[in-house]
Design a protein around this ligand. Structure first.
Ligand code: AHR
Length: 531
């Protein structure tokens, strides 16, 4: 459906850049699942301690949950929350985080070279989820532990009572089962940085056995197996195939992780990089369906994009991203997101929406302070990072049927750099449309929302959209996120430097929408029924 044309050199061209879109109410890619709009809380840096949880903070409630953070979380609107890791989970004993707080052990966390005080654990997380109205997603440790600890964790959380572990939960003060439905079978088990990394065969076997036992305890669980920790892992593809050969009958999901980067300070390539997420998704779908085909199975494994974001400044090697001396909750991975990060991030939002037929779960990594849309000062205020806005708009306005959009846009070429260990990897992107777009129809409210990214850094794009089957509508919202300075960030002192502004001049008549998308901008336009 999508056709692109290469735009001639801008020095020879006089007419404004134009992109045309055609959408029909009857043609949809799929429905967005509620779980597409998830996020992630790991015991990492100040994500938990000083992030969501800070007893003694002026806004904290009786449980120590920061009220200012909860207010921003409400605005951000994540629907499901992954916990407790990430790399952390591969060395985690869930038992350390339950029971009387004063008896909980302090442990060395080898993922982030910190001391974990365990004053926040599973039950506190459940309380936080209930209070914020967010579905919990738990990960089990398939690194240093295995199927036995995993099945015990399920029994502790989900069994009503009458057994040692379920009664232990009740004794700890949580009478009703937590009823956690979505469980991740470990985390990034293909990565050598992981505690007890595994081969695909080792992981596939361990995950299948853990899954089998977890499901025997609670057949209502939805399980996700670990896919590759990034598309450029050397084992990508072979990993998914082998893991699914082992786990196909037990799991519903395979996971994907992507962190977009701008290591080379090449903004055009950075903004193009979310198109590689599209390829990654298509490739994982193909592999999952190939495994199904070999079994003559009509079962479709869905995708859980359970870590995605922009991350590069505070990434690099272990030594560079940790603080010596085993501190508690060090200020690590506190990426300050700028305007261009928000644009690349917006491209990733569009990639997720446009694959709503197969991505039925996704988690922005992470929620607070560590590579996060929300920043806090311990003891001080909380504020929105630039990436907060595209996510909040996607989650609040992107529920419904994602429509097929035929986009005709001028293109550019770029080469994206995504290193693997010490290797320099370059990915050519010869035909990157300046316009990246998703259209979502909310059948209940009758709204249609366009999420549009103009990746041209210098020129506006004249958007002409033909929306068939949408009579009796009017423009109800039109916003733009842009800043003359692509390096602009929000800080404690200037929390609103990058913020949404009205997008002026949107025209709608006779089923045709016209708008001018400023250079390097993220625009959201919503049409709503007039009657
Ligand atoms: O989100 C930060 C880290 O990135 C996670 O702990 C890990 O799973 C990934 O490598």
């Amino acid at each position: 459906m999508r056709t692109f044309r290469r735009e001639p050199d801008t020095r020879k061209r006089r007419r404004p850049l134009k992109a045309q879109v055609m959408i029909d109410r009857d043609f949809a890619i799929g429905e967005t699942d509620r779980r597409l709009f998830g996020a992630f809380i790991e015991h990492l840096g100040r994500c938990v301690y000083g992030g969501i949880y800070e007893p003694g903070h002026p806004t904290a409630d009786e449980k120590g949950f920061r009220g200012d953070v909860m207010a921003l979380v409400k605005e951000l609107a994540p629907t499901i929350m992954r916990y407790p890791g990430g790399n952390f989970v591969s060395g985690y004993n869930w038992e350390d985080g339950v029971g009387p707080v004063e008896q909980r052990p302090r442990r060395l966390d080898l993922a982030w070279m910190s001391t974990e005080p365990n004053t926040f654990g599973t039950n506190e997380f459940m309380d936080w989820c209930r209070k914020t109205g967010i579905e919990p997603m738990l990960a089990v440790n398939l690194g240093t532990r295995g199927a036995d600890a995993a099945r015990n964790y399920v029994e502790y959380c989900n069994h009503p009572g009458g057994t040692a572990l379920s009664d232990l939960r009740r004794q700890h003060g949580w009478q009703a089962p937590h009823d956690v439905k979505f469980w991740c079978l470990g985390n990034e088990m293909d990565g050598p940085w992981q505690m007890e990394t595994k081969t695909a065969w080792q992981y596939g076997r361990a995950a299948a056995e853990a899954a089998k036992m977890m499901l025997w305890i609670d057949p209502s669980l939805t399980l996700a197996a670990c896919g590759s920790s990034s598309r450029n892992m050397p084992s990508f593809g072979a990993w998914e195939q082998e893991v699914l050969e082992h786990t196909f009958d037990h799991v519903d999901f395979i996971s994907l992780h992507t962190y977009l980067n701008n290591y080379k300070e090449d903004t055009r390539a950075f903004l193009a990089s979310s198109d590689l997420m599209d390829s990654f998704i298509d490739e994982v779908v193909a592999i999952a369906d190939a495994v199904a085909a070999k079994r003559r199975s009509s079962k479709r494994i869905m995708l859980s994009f359970d870590e995605w974001n922009v991350w590069y400044r505070t990434r690099g090697k272990r030594e560079g991203r940790t603080v010596p001396g085993w501190p508690v909750a060090p200020s690590i991975l506190e990426e300050a997101y700028n305007m261009e990060d928000a644009l690349a991030f917006g491209g990733a939002c569009i990639s997720l929406l446009n694959h709503a037929d197969r991505i039925k779960s996704a988690c922005l990594a992470q929620l607070v302070n560590a590579i996060a849309p929300i920043m806090t000062e311990t003891g001080g205020p909380a504020w929105r990072q630039t990436i907060f806005y595209p996510f909040a708009q996607m989650s609040n306005l992107g529920r419904g049927r994602v429509l097929r959009a035929a986009v005709e846009s001028p293109t550019y070429s770029a080469t994206y750099y995504d290193p693997r260990g010490t290797q320099e990897l370059y990915f050519p992107l010869p035909e990157v449309p300046y316009l990246k777009l998703s259209a979502v129809h909310d059948p209940e409210g009758g709204h249609v929302t366009l999420f549009a990214l103009n990746r041209n850094l210098d020129e506006p794009l004249a958007l002409e959209a033909d929306l068939r089957g949408f009579e009796g509508m009017a423009v109800s919202q039109a916003t733009v996120l842009r800043n003359d300075d692509l390096k602009a960030v929000n800080t404690k002192e200037q929390p609103d430097r990058v913020n949404l502004a009205p997008l002026e001049g949107v025209e709608w008549s006779g089923g045709r929408l016209g708008a001018r998308l400023p250079p390097a901008s993220w625009c959201v336009i919503r049409l709503s029924p007039t009657g």
